[in-house]
Design a protein around this ligand. Structure first.
Ligand code: URA
Length: 201
């Protein structure tokens, strides 16, 4: 690993370093991070988890209580639903990599603050580069706005592919929001079926 640029989080592969090793380096840097106040309340950092060679990377918002306790993303109720949604796309958790915009839990699951997003997202950028997925499935407003650099909301953007550099970005509603809203549930399930078609190409 080598640290480049003037940002502490920008990590570049050393010669011969594979994506799994690079993701490990990024996770270790996240574990050391004390750049914002969220580090004071965390039990564990939640760097992300999954297949380092994934064709599909999913990006949520921030860890909740269960994720903070286990150090893994989407392990609570929304995570169980996400596993079912992946099934609609013909995917398992072993096929994909799942990460969040923030790597530490905000108190009482409040929305991420702009300064927290600014500090934390270089880690996400490095993870996207390390994995090099074909699809970035952004779940909810925070990840969609960050990846697409847009102010447009998820209600307008979900279910459409937009290119961001070499990545196909496919926004969907956040699974936690869809759990409690029948309209969003219908939409997110249709979007994951559509993802299955896109993956078959
Ligand atoms: N919601 C998220 O956005 N991320 C998680 O890891 C869990 C719930």
């Amino acid at each position: 690993m080598s640290v480049v640029n003037n940002h502490f989080a920008t990590i570049q592969a050393a010669e011969g370093e594979g994506s799994a090793q690079l993701l490990g380096d990024i996770a270790a840097a996240i574990g050391r991070c004390r750049q914002c106040a969220l580090c004071g309340g965390r039990t564990n950092v939640v760097p992300g988890f999954g297949n380092p060679e994934a064709r599909v990377m999913l990006i949520g918002e921030a860890p909740g209580k269960n994720e903070d306790l286990q150090g893994r993303p989407f392990v609570g109720a929304a995570g169980h639903y996400l596993t079912d949604l992946l099934g609609l796309a013909g995917l398992t958790r072993e096929d994909v990599f799942i990460a969040n915009v923030l790597k530490c839990r905000p108190p009482s699951n409040r929305d991420p603050h702009p300064d927290e997003i600014a500090i934390c997202t270089p880690f996400l950028r490095d993870q996207v580069r390390a994995i090099g997925p074909e699809f970035l499935v952004t779940m909810g407003n925070f990840s969609t706005k960050f990846i697409l650099k847009t102010e447009r909301g998820i209600t307008r953007l979900h279910g459409q592919v937009t290119m961001a550099g070499r990545f196909k970005v496919f926004p969907v509603f956040h699974p936690a929001a869809a759990l409690y809203d029948q309209t969003k549930q219908v939409a997110i399930e249709a979007d994951f079926r559509r993802l299955s078609e896109l993956l078959r190409g």
